[in-house]
Design a protein around this ligand. Sequence first.
Ligand code: MG
Length: 157
Amino acid sequence: MIKIGLGYDLHRLKRGRRFLLGGIEIPFHKGELGHSDGDALAHAVSDALLGASALGDIGELFPPSDPQFKDADSMELLRNAFLRVKQAGWRLSSLDCVIICEAPKILPFRDVIRNSLAAALEASAENIFLKGKTAEGLGQVGKGNAIEVYAVCLLEK
Ligand code: MG
C-alpha cells in the first residue's frame, strides 16, 4: 500500500532567532519565530508524514499551549512523529520539499539538510529532495518577514 502526505508551515522571521531548516542552522541575521525552535521544514515534514499515515498533526500531538514544547528541538518532534509512523508499519519512499523565503539562499545547504532529514527518517538522502524559491518580493514572505515550506511524502508498507 502507498499513501501520499502533504505538509505546510509558515513562520515569521525575527532578528535574534536561529534560522533552522531540517535541524541545520543557516547563518542569517533573522530566524524563525516559534514556541519551539521554529524549524519550519521539520514541522512541514512532520505533518506530511502524519497526514500520509493518518496519525494526527503536529499541532495536535505537540501543542504550542504545552510548556514542555517551549523551545523544543523540532528534529526531536520530527523523530517522534516518524517513530509513530514507523510503528504503524510505514517506511518513507520519497520526500520532496519547497522552501519559500527571500533570503538566505538554500542551495548551498541543500545536501547537508537532505542528509539531516535522511538520518532522522531512516531513509536514503537520494529519496529526499528540497529546493528554495523566493516570493519575487511579494507579500510578507517577499518582504523577508516570513518563511513558508511545503512538503510532500510517499509512505509505503
Ligand atoms: Mg511550525
